[in-house]
Design a protein around this ligand. Structure first.
Ligand SMILES: Cc1cc2nc3c(=O)[nH]c(=O)nc-3n(C[C@H](O)[C@H](O)[C@H](O)COP(=O)(O)OP(=O)(O)OC[C@H]3O[C@@H](n4cnc5c(N)ncnc54)[C@H](O)[C@@H]3O)c2cc1C
Ligand code: FES
Length: 259
């Protein structure tokens, strides 16, 4: 897979809600093919004391205009400082990294479940599924309606369902409480999910119990981001695997946390 490591210029940065921003960068060269699930390692250039790059899923790409964008939830110093940059500033990024979601030929109907910043890899996946004429349902979960972002963008690629814990948008409750998980409604060939570990484990458990193929995109903490430091490993049926290299996408049946 061709990779880019280059300074990209910030062409847009906006905060749809406090604590969350979308940052769009212009590449100085043609963007190599990016697959849904790939991520980038971002250097926090405006903060010299943060020397480790931060991993972010690739939200969207415009190959013609050489634009790449990310959806970022502020968690700590790195994500906060990145969001303090201005249009015109440069950010050094390496991508595309990691593996990608699998779309088997026999899949006709899929459910995508995203929680928090875990929605980020699913715009590219939605685009790919639409190209293949696969019926897609997005289920987005958050604490309240301010956590539910990009619904308009997702609706271009499929049906959008929402849950919020406080009931301010969509069905009230945890994402796994949504009526789509009632046995009569759970009619999917495949489930993809990304978000907090507890959410992914719960979704994975439902998928396994219903014999539905399920892939999760893990967001383990990373250091090097390219397979050397081993700080991102996850336990699988074949021993420890690096989330940055063999992942971040894994089949739930392959992960040890399902057993
Ligand atoms: C493959 C991959 C894709 C990702 N995609 C996105 C994305 O598209 N958008 C997005 O907003 N975030 C994404 N993340 C998570 C993001 O990388 C972290 O939130 C970020 O690195 C935190 O950096 P920080 O300097 O702000 O926080 P730090 O100062 O490093 O950490 C602050 C606190 O958060 C905890 N923490 C840090 N990283 C994580 C993590 N990954 N999971 C749980 N707790 C953590 C730390 O233990 C610490 O307590 C992704 C992570 C991975 C591995
Ligand atoms: S982050 Fe270093 S091996 Fe994965």
């Amino acid at each position: 897979m061709n990779k880019i490591i280059a300074d990209h210029e910030i062409v847009n940065i906006h905060y749809p809600v406090e604590g969350n921003y979308i940052i769009q960068l212009k590449s100085p060269v043609n963007i190599p093919p990016v697959k849904p699930g790939n991520f980038a390692e971002i250097h926090i250039s405006n903060s010299p004391e943060i020397f480790l790059r931060r991993p972010l899923s690739i939200l969207d790409i415009d190959y013609e205009k050489k634009l790449i964008s990310f959806y970022v939830k502020i968690i700590g110093k790195g994500t906060k400082r990145l969001g303090e940059n201005n249009v015109g500033d440069k950010v050094n990024i390496i991508y595309p990294l990691g593996n990608s979601f699998n779309i088997p030929d026999n899949v006709k109907k899929v459910l995508i479940v995203g929680g928090g910043s875990g929605i980020a890899p699913f715009i590219l996946l939605g685009k790919e599924l639409k190209k293949k004429n696969i019926h897609t349902t997005f289920l987005l979960g958050g604490r309240s309606k301010k956590d539910i972002l990009l619904t308009e963008k997702f609706s271009k690629y499929g049906e959008v369902l929402v849950t919020t814990e406080d009931g301010s948008l969509g069905e009230k409750g945890m994402v796994t409480d949504h009526s789509i998980f009632k046995p009569d409604n759970l009619d999917f060939d495949k489930i993809y999910t990304c978000g907090p570990n507890a959410m992914m484990k719960a979704i994975g458990k439902i998928a396994v119990s219903k014999n539905i193929d399920c892939e999760v995109s893990l967001e383990n903490m990373m250091a090097c981001g390219f397979g050397v430091c081993l700080c991102c490993v996850t336990e699988t049926q074949e021993g420890n695997k690096r989330v940055c290299k063999e992942g971040p996408v894994f089949n739930v049946n392959y992960l040890k946390w399902q057993t």
